[in-house]
Write a protein that binds this ligand. Structure first.
Ligand code: SF4
Length: 282
């Protein structure tokens, strides 16, 4: 049986600032349909599948990995897709990880995570919820739960004593930039913010242009002429990225939140990008 818990190594990125951690996806593929998704290189990605014998494989891996490192769940899928309500696969995985005292970093766009609030409050974990837009969420992430529900999920988890992170990620120029202040105002209560600018590959460029044809020429120029290629992705020109990221940082400072950047190669003051600093240190 192949392993399901692997060292997190996003495309061997030289600018990833994550401290060592593992990556685990209870499901394969994702049904949220985000137009900017970076994981669509995975075959049949939009077709959500249950992993075969996932609990048996997870337990086998838990017995051999270094449990002082956190496990991030999930990086190339969402651990709370709609079928999780019925299947409870993620919940069973968390219960198993609890038996092993594993540290957990959950990343989701779904309010289904609230169902597990009590369980999450009993383990060493931190939950990150992604919110990119209120006005354009139906275009950007057509099948994901509405952003209002995600704010509510962050709030409820916080009430349960679970450390929470807002992932304001990605920021797409001319699409959701103007919503930065609004999102941060609504999420002032979180423990940390991580943000990043949109990175493009050929397929995500096409999807963004299909939905925002008026931006096609501008994006082409910004990303492929003036921007830079880092690893497999095209980035905005550094001065524009700096401007956008500093704007988020400034607003976070104003409302008293720590702020970090994800795979930008730009320094930030927070202790970690992914919220690892919010895990208990024992
Ligand atoms: S939630 Fe994440 S993995 Fe799923 S489609 Fe959106 S960006 Fe991709």
């Amino acid at each position: 049986m192949s392993e399901v818990v692997r060292i997190f190594d996003p495309w061997k990125s030289k600018i990833c600032t994550c401290k060592p951690k593992y990556s685990f996806n209870p499901y394969t593929g994702c049904s949220h349909n985000c137009i900017y998704c970076y994981a669509t290189y995975i075959p049949r990605f939009r077709e959500l599948r249950k992993k075969k014998k996932v609990l048996i494989r997870l337990e086998k891996d838990l017995k051999k990995i270094d449990l002082s490192l956190p496990i991030s769940m999930s990086n190339s899928s969402d651990p709370y897709p709609p079928i999780e309500k019925k299947e409870k696969i993620t919940k069973k995985c968390i219960e198993l990880m609890k038996d092993y005292d594993a540290k957990l970093l959950i990343v989701t766009k779904s309010d289904i995570v609230i169902r597990d609030a009590k369980l999450l409050s009993e383990i060493n974990c931190c939950v990150s919820i992604t919110i990119t837009s209120f006005n354009k969420a139906k275009i950007l992430e057509s099948n994901a739960p509405p952003p209002e529900k995600r704010v509510e999920a962050l709030r409820k988890l916080k009430d349960w004593g679970v450390p929470v992170v807002l992932r304001l990620d990605p920021i797409l120029p001319k699409i959701n930039e103007k919503e930065i202040d609004h999102i941060l105002n609504l999420c002032e209560f979180v423990d940390h913010v991580v943000t990043s600018t949109l990175k493009l590959r050929a397929d995500s460029f096409k999807r963004v242009c299909d939905h925002f044809p008026e931006l096609k020429n501008e994006y082409k120029k910004l990303y492929f002429k003036l921007g830079e290629k880092i690893g497999n992705s095209f980035y905005l020109p550094k001065n524009i990225r700096l401007e956008i990221l500093r704007c988020v940082e400034e607003k976070c400072r104003e409302v008293g939140l720590s702020c970090a950047f994800c795979r930008e190669g730009i320094k930030f003051e927070a202790e970690s990008c992914d919220g690892q600093h919010l895990l208990r240190k024992y």
